[in-house]
Design a protein around this ligand. Structure first.
Ligand code: GLU
Length: 280
Protein backbone atom coordinates (compact mmCIF):
# COMPACT_ATOMS: atom_id res chain seq x y z
CA UNK A 1 0.00 0.00 0.00
CA UNK A 2 1.27 3.46 -0.87
CA UNK A 3 0.72 6.24 1.67
CA UNK A 4 1.59 9.80 0.67
CA UNK A 5 0.94 13.19 2.15
CA UNK A 6 0.57 16.80 1.18
CA UNK A 7 2.13 18.98 3.86
CA UNK A 8 1.47 22.68 3.34
CA UNK A 9 2.16 25.37 5.92
CA UNK A 10 -0.92 27.47 6.66
CA UNK A 11 1.08 30.67 6.31
CA UNK A 12 -0.46 31.81 3.05
CA UNK A 13 -2.85 30.91 0.28
CA UNK A 14 -2.39 27.85 -1.88
CA UNK A 15 -0.92 28.66 -5.29
CA UNK A 16 -0.28 26.60 -8.41
CA UNK A 17 2.89 25.10 -6.90
CA UNK A 18 0.95 23.69 -3.97
CA UNK A 19 -1.70 22.29 -6.29
CA UNK A 20 1.02 20.56 -8.30
CA UNK A 21 2.58 19.07 -5.14
CA UNK A 22 -0.82 17.84 -3.94
CA UNK A 23 -1.55 16.23 -7.32
CA UNK A 24 1.78 14.39 -7.36
CA UNK A 25 1.11 13.00 -3.89
CA UNK A 26 -2.53 12.14 -4.56
CA UNK A 27 -1.82 10.35 -7.83
CA UNK A 28 1.07 8.35 -6.44
CA UNK A 29 -1.19 7.08 -3.64
CA UNK A 30 -3.80 6.16 -6.27
CA UNK A 31 -1.32 3.80 -7.91
CA UNK A 32 -2.31 1.16 -5.38
CA UNK A 33 -5.98 0.40 -4.88
CA UNK A 34 -5.82 0.80 -1.12
CA UNK A 35 -3.45 3.77 -1.29
CA UNK A 36 -3.93 6.65 1.12
CA UNK A 37 -3.34 10.33 0.54
CA UNK A 38 -3.05 12.35 3.76
CA UNK A 39 -3.13 16.04 4.58
CA UNK A 40 -0.83 17.52 7.19
CA UNK A 41 -0.82 21.17 8.20
CA UNK A 42 2.78 22.08 9.04
CA UNK A 43 1.92 24.82 11.48
CA UNK A 44 4.66 24.80 14.12
CA UNK A 45 5.82 28.28 13.17
CA UNK A 46 3.02 30.05 15.03
CA UNK A 47 4.40 33.52 14.29
CA UNK A 48 3.65 33.00 10.58
CA UNK A 49 0.55 30.81 10.72
CA UNK A 50 -2.88 32.41 10.32
CA UNK A 51 -6.05 30.58 11.31
CA UNK A 52 -7.94 31.31 8.09
CA UNK A 53 -5.37 29.51 5.92
CA UNK A 54 -6.21 26.02 7.24
CA UNK A 55 -9.74 26.31 5.88
CA UNK A 56 -8.64 28.04 2.70
CA UNK A 57 -6.20 25.23 1.87
CA UNK A 58 -8.89 22.63 2.44
CA UNK A 59 -11.42 24.57 0.36
CA UNK A 60 -8.96 24.91 -2.52
CA UNK A 61 -8.10 21.22 -2.46
CA UNK A 62 -11.75 20.19 -2.47
CA UNK A 63 -12.53 22.60 -5.29
CA UNK A 64 -9.69 21.11 -7.32
CA UNK A 65 -11.18 17.67 -6.68
CA UNK A 66 -8.23 16.57 -4.56
CA UNK A 67 -9.74 14.63 -1.67
CA UNK A 68 -7.56 13.47 1.18
CA UNK A 69 -8.18 10.47 3.44
CA UNK A 70 -9.03 10.80 7.12
CA UNK A 71 -8.68 13.86 9.32
CA UNK A 72 -5.96 16.39 8.52
CA UNK A 73 -3.10 16.31 11.02
CA UNK A 74 -1.91 19.52 12.66
CA UNK A 75 1.66 19.61 13.81
CA UNK A 76 0.67 21.87 16.70
CA UNK A 77 -1.12 18.83 18.19
CA UNK A 78 2.10 16.87 18.12
CA UNK A 79 4.54 18.71 20.38
CA UNK A 80 4.67 15.81 22.87
CA UNK A 81 5.73 13.41 20.12
CA UNK A 82 8.50 15.77 18.99
CA UNK A 83 9.71 16.19 22.58
CA UNK A 84 9.81 12.42 22.98
CA UNK A 85 11.91 11.99 19.83
CA UNK A 86 14.26 14.72 21.00
CA UNK A 87 14.66 12.97 24.37
CA UNK A 88 15.63 9.79 22.55
CA UNK A 89 18.33 11.65 20.67
CA UNK A 90 19.51 13.28 23.88
CA UNK A 91 19.75 9.86 25.50
CA UNK A 92 21.95 8.75 22.60
CA UNK A 93 24.13 11.87 23.11
CA UNK A 94 23.66 12.77 19.45
CA UNK A 95 22.30 16.25 20.04
CA UNK A 96 23.76 19.16 21.95
CA UNK A 97 22.39 22.43 23.30
CA UNK A 98 23.36 25.52 21.35
CA UNK A 99 23.30 28.93 22.98
CA UNK A 100 24.45 30.86 19.93
CA UNK A 101 22.70 33.91 18.61
CA UNK A 102 22.72 34.73 14.90
CA UNK A 103 25.38 37.31 15.68
CA UNK A 104 27.66 34.73 17.38
CA UNK A 105 27.42 32.54 14.29
CA UNK A 106 28.08 35.40 11.91
CA UNK A 107 31.14 36.51 13.88
CA UNK A 108 32.51 32.98 13.87
CA UNK A 109 32.01 32.78 10.10
CA UNK A 110 33.94 36.01 9.68
CA UNK A 111 36.71 34.68 11.89
CA UNK A 112 36.83 31.52 9.77
CA UNK A 113 36.85 33.64 6.58
CA UNK A 114 33.99 31.57 5.18
CA UNK A 115 33.15 32.92 1.74
CA UNK A 116 29.64 34.38 1.79
CA UNK A 117 27.07 32.08 0.13
CA UNK A 118 29.54 29.17 0.08
CA UNK A 119 28.28 25.79 1.28
CA UNK A 120 30.49 26.19 4.36
CA UNK A 121 28.91 29.52 5.22
CA UNK A 122 25.44 27.91 5.27
CA UNK A 123 26.45 25.37 7.90
CA UNK A 124 26.67 25.90 11.64
CA UNK A 125 30.35 26.35 12.52
CA UNK A 126 30.15 24.11 15.58
CA UNK A 127 30.73 26.70 18.32
CA UNK A 128 28.68 24.86 20.98
CA UNK A 129 29.56 21.34 19.86
CA UNK A 130 32.53 21.05 22.18
CA UNK A 131 31.00 22.83 25.17
CA UNK A 132 31.74 21.09 28.42
CA UNK A 133 28.59 19.16 29.37
CA UNK A 134 28.59 20.45 32.98
CA UNK A 135 28.83 24.01 31.75
CA UNK A 136 26.03 23.41 29.25
CA UNK A 137 23.85 21.89 32.00
CA UNK A 138 24.51 24.86 34.27
CA UNK A 139 23.58 27.32 31.57
CA UNK A 140 20.35 25.42 30.88
CA UNK A 141 19.54 25.36 34.62
CA UNK A 142 20.16 29.08 34.76
CA UNK A 143 17.45 29.50 32.13
CA UNK A 144 19.67 30.54 29.23
CA UNK A 145 17.74 30.11 26.01
CA UNK A 146 19.07 27.39 23.74
CA UNK A 147 18.22 25.29 20.74
CA UNK A 148 19.21 21.65 20.21
CA UNK A 149 21.41 20.65 17.30
CA UNK A 150 22.17 17.30 15.77
CA UNK A 151 25.82 16.31 16.07
CA UNK A 152 25.87 15.19 12.44
CA UNK A 153 29.34 13.62 12.42
CA UNK A 154 28.75 11.70 15.64
CA UNK A 155 25.37 10.60 14.30
CA UNK A 156 27.03 9.31 11.13
CA UNK A 157 29.43 7.24 13.20
CA UNK A 158 26.49 5.78 15.04
CA UNK A 159 24.31 4.88 12.02
CA UNK A 160 27.03 4.08 9.47
CA UNK A 161 26.51 4.34 5.73
CA UNK A 162 22.97 5.20 4.68
CA UNK A 163 21.18 5.75 1.40
CA UNK A 164 17.84 7.08 0.24
CA UNK A 165 15.98 6.22 -2.92
CA UNK A 166 14.13 8.64 -5.10
CA UNK A 167 11.79 7.33 -7.80
CA UNK A 168 13.28 9.70 -10.36
CA UNK A 169 16.78 10.38 -9.10
CA UNK A 170 17.74 6.86 -8.03
CA UNK A 171 19.82 6.09 -4.96
CA UNK A 172 21.88 8.68 -3.11
CA UNK A 173 24.37 8.05 -0.34
CA UNK A 174 23.65 10.16 2.73
CA UNK A 175 26.25 12.83 3.34
CA UNK A 176 26.17 14.10 6.91
CA UNK A 177 28.01 17.24 5.80
CA UNK A 178 25.19 18.25 3.48
CA UNK A 179 23.29 20.05 6.25
CA UNK A 180 25.79 19.86 9.10
CA UNK A 181 24.59 20.28 12.67
CA UNK A 182 21.04 21.37 11.94
CA UNK A 183 18.68 22.68 14.59
CA UNK A 184 16.21 20.00 15.63
CA UNK A 185 14.59 22.04 18.37
CA UNK A 186 14.31 25.79 18.12
CA UNK A 187 14.75 28.03 21.13
CA UNK A 188 11.13 29.20 21.02
CA UNK A 189 9.09 26.08 20.17
CA UNK A 190 11.35 23.14 21.11
CA UNK A 191 11.06 21.54 17.66
CA UNK A 192 12.08 22.43 14.12
CA UNK A 193 11.11 21.43 10.61
CA UNK A 194 13.53 18.49 10.16
CA UNK A 195 12.49 16.70 13.33
CA UNK A 196 8.76 17.36 12.99
CA UNK A 197 8.62 16.05 9.41
CA UNK A 198 10.46 12.85 10.23
CA UNK A 199 8.43 12.13 13.37
CA UNK A 200 5.15 12.75 11.56
CA UNK A 201 5.97 10.77 8.42
CA UNK A 202 6.65 7.78 10.66
CA UNK A 203 3.53 8.41 12.76
CA UNK A 204 1.31 8.72 9.69
CA UNK A 205 2.84 5.64 8.06
CA UNK A 206 3.95 7.59 4.99
CA UNK A 207 5.59 5.13 2.61
CA UNK A 208 6.38 7.66 -0.15
CA UNK A 209 7.47 11.21 0.63
CA UNK A 210 6.75 13.48 -2.32
CA UNK A 211 7.92 17.06 -2.22
CA UNK A 212 9.67 19.75 -4.22
CA UNK A 213 13.23 19.22 -5.38
CA UNK A 214 14.27 22.26 -3.31
CA UNK A 215 14.05 19.91 -0.33
CA UNK A 216 16.29 17.23 -1.84
CA UNK A 217 19.23 18.15 0.37
CA UNK A 218 17.06 18.02 3.51
CA UNK A 219 16.49 14.34 2.81
CA UNK A 220 20.09 13.62 3.85
CA UNK A 221 19.37 14.67 7.41
CA UNK A 222 15.89 13.17 7.40
CA UNK A 223 17.35 9.78 6.53
CA UNK A 224 19.85 10.18 9.37
CA UNK A 225 17.07 10.93 11.84
CA UNK A 226 14.97 7.99 10.65
CA UNK A 227 17.89 5.64 11.20
CA UNK A 228 18.71 7.06 14.65
CA UNK A 229 15.10 6.92 15.82
CA UNK A 230 14.53 3.41 14.45
CA UNK A 231 11.90 4.53 11.96
CA UNK A 232 10.95 2.96 8.64
CA UNK A 233 12.60 4.25 5.49
CA UNK A 234 10.22 5.89 3.03
CA UNK A 235 10.77 6.12 -0.71
CA UNK A 236 11.17 9.67 -2.03
CA UNK A 237 9.94 11.55 -5.04
CA UNK A 238 11.40 15.05 -5.34
CA UNK A 239 9.43 16.74 -8.08
CA UNK A 240 10.13 19.82 -10.17
CA UNK A 241 8.79 23.13 -8.98
CA UNK A 242 6.20 25.27 -10.72
CA UNK A 243 7.81 28.50 -11.87
CA UNK A 244 6.51 31.91 -12.88
CA UNK A 245 6.96 33.55 -16.29
CA UNK A 246 10.54 34.50 -15.32
CA UNK A 247 11.44 30.92 -14.46
CA UNK A 248 11.45 31.63 -10.71
CA UNK A 249 9.77 29.20 -8.34
CA UNK A 250 6.41 30.36 -7.08
CA UNK A 251 6.28 31.77 -3.58
CA UNK A 252 3.44 32.88 -1.36
CA UNK A 253 3.90 36.42 -2.67
CA UNK A 254 2.84 35.29 -6.20
CA UNK A 255 -0.73 36.23 -5.43
CA UNK A 256 -1.74 36.12 -9.08
CA UNK A 257 -1.20 32.36 -9.00
CA UNK A 258 -3.37 31.82 -5.92
CA UNK A 259 -5.97 29.10 -6.48
CA UNK A 260 -8.68 31.24 -4.85
CA UNK A 261 -8.02 34.11 -7.23
CA UNK A 262 -8.01 31.86 -10.30
CA UNK A 263 -11.31 30.36 -9.13
CA UNK A 264 -12.81 33.83 -8.62
CA UNK A 265 -11.65 34.80 -12.10
CA UNK A 266 -13.87 32.04 -13.43
CA UNK A 267 -11.33 29.35 -14.28
CA UNK A 268 -12.47 25.76 -13.90
CA UNK A 269 -10.60 23.24 -11.73
CA UNK A 270 -9.43 21.50 -14.91
CA UNK A 271 -7.99 24.73 -16.30
CA UNK A 272 -6.19 25.48 -13.05
CA UNK A 273 -4.70 21.98 -12.98
CA UNK A 274 -3.54 22.52 -16.55
CA UNK A 275 -1.89 25.80 -15.50
CA UNK A 276 0.25 23.89 -12.99
CA UNK A 277 1.76 21.98 -15.91
CA UNK A 278 0.95 18.71 -14.16
CA UNK A 279 0.63 15.70 -16.41
CA UNK A 280 -0.53 12.50 -14.80
N1 GLU B 1 5.85 22.02 4.62
C1 GLU B 1 6.79 21.92 3.57
C2 GLU B 1 6.43 22.88 2.45
O1 GLU B 1 5.46 23.58 2.56
C3 GLU B 1 6.89 20.53 3.00
C4 GLU B 1 7.54 19.64 3.95
C5 GLU B 1 7.98 18.32 3.37
O2 GLU B 1 7.38 17.84 2.44
O3 GLU B 1 8.90 17.76 3.89
O4 GLU B 1 7.14 22.99 1.49
Amino acid sequence: MIVTRFAPSPTGEMHLGHAYAALVARDLACETEDGRFLLRHEDIDSSRVREEFYGMIETDLKWLGIQWDGEPLRQTDRFDAYAEALEKLKALSLVYPCFCTRKDIQQEMERMHAAPHSHESQLYPGICRELDSDEAAQRIDAGESHSWRLDAAKAAQSHGTLHFTDLEHGTTEVDENENGDVILARKDINVAYHLAVVVDDEFQGVTHVTRGEDLFSATHVHRQLQALLGYREPVYLHHTLVTDEHGKRLAKRNHSKAIRLLREQGHSPGEVIEMTGYVC
